[in-house]
Design a protein around this ligand. Structure first.
Ligand SMILES: Nc1nc2c(ncn2[C@@H]2O[C@H](COP(=O)(O)OP(=O)(O)OP(=O)(O)O)[C@@H](O)[C@H]2O)c(=O)[nH]1
Length: 244
């Protein structure tokens, strides 16, 4: 009787083997075990367990405080920066890089009852991202052209903007961001064709570095019928009102 009580007590107080292991390490080990990538512009939501995002926020706050300390900023006496480490951690995890940590937005699908296969364009969708190199803003706009498939469902118009936000709210480079978004829309909607144009200001070129205020980066991705049909491609490009 006594011995069974003692062993029961022992088993409830025994420390778990990963106690003290930073939550970022636990998440990283899961991603590695699944042989997945965790580049800056990858989504890792599948590897984060309930409650871990809050623990990750605490961990990033602590590390950010270390950065402020190394920048020799008196966060104890400076009322402006005393909560900056927490603010920056929240901004990264819950706002500007949330597309790494949150699952894919839910997409409402509607039957393509009329078997429509006419060109549809949505835009300009505002792009808010950050460059992977310096973590400073990339702000721009994008246009999406879709040639629906007569036999697949159509998705709600706002969902293009939601998918774009999910992909862009990660550290990105523009060339990879547009390809990621095109792949995602192709996977979700299976249209006959997809055209995507993005133009953006990169603050790493204006706020710092060469400090060129006017140059933008422009790029496009064409898939399916937009690749094969030059007239359709031209129709899309002529309809997007870029100069406004
Ligand atoms: N191709 C591409 N380059 C980008 C993008 N965003 C930023 N860059 C560039 O990435 C480069 C990073 O270059 P590095 O030479 O490693 O960094 P750096 O020494 O800070 O460079 P400078 O910006 O020239 O001062 C810079 O030339 C940026 O302009 C992007 O979306 N695509």
């Amino acid at each position: 009787m006594t011995s069974s009580l003692i062993s029961a007590g022992l088993s409830t107080t025994r420390p778990s083997t990963d106690e003290g292991v930073p939550v970022s390490v636990k998440i990283r080990e899961r991603v590695k075990a699944a042989k997945q990538r965790f580049h800056a512009n990858d989504n890792i939501a599948d590897f984060i367990q309930p409650g871990e995002l809050e623990a990750l926020l605490d961990e990033v706050e602590t590390k950010m405080q270390g950065v402020l300390d190394s920048l020799v900023i008196d966060t104890v006496n400076d009322h402006n920066t005393e909560s900056t480490a927490r603010r920056v951690a929240k901004m990264y995890l819950n706002e500007v890089f949330k597309g790494r940590y949150m699952p894919t937005p839910r997409i409402t699908e509607f039957p393509n009852a009329e078997h429509l296969n006419e060109l549809m364009i949505v835009g300009p969708i505002t792009v808010r991202s950050a460059c992977s190199h310096h973590f400073v803003p990339v702000i721009g706009r994008l246009w999406i052209g879709v040639m629906p498939n007569q036999s697949t469902n159509v998705i709600g118009l706002s969902k293009y903007a939601r998918l774009a936000e999910w992909v862009m709210s990660r550290p990105q480079i523009q060339e990879e961001a547009v390809v990621q978004l095109a792949d995602l829309i192709m996977k979700k909607t299976r249209p006959d064709g997809l055209a995507l144009v993005m133009e953006a200001n990169h603050y790493c070129m204006s706020w710092r570095g060469v400090r060129d205020m006017d140059s933008k980066m422009l790029n496009s991705v064409m898939r399916g019928v937009f690749l094969k049909d030059a007239v359709l491609r031209q129709e899309f490009l002529s309809l997007i009102p870029r100069q406004k």
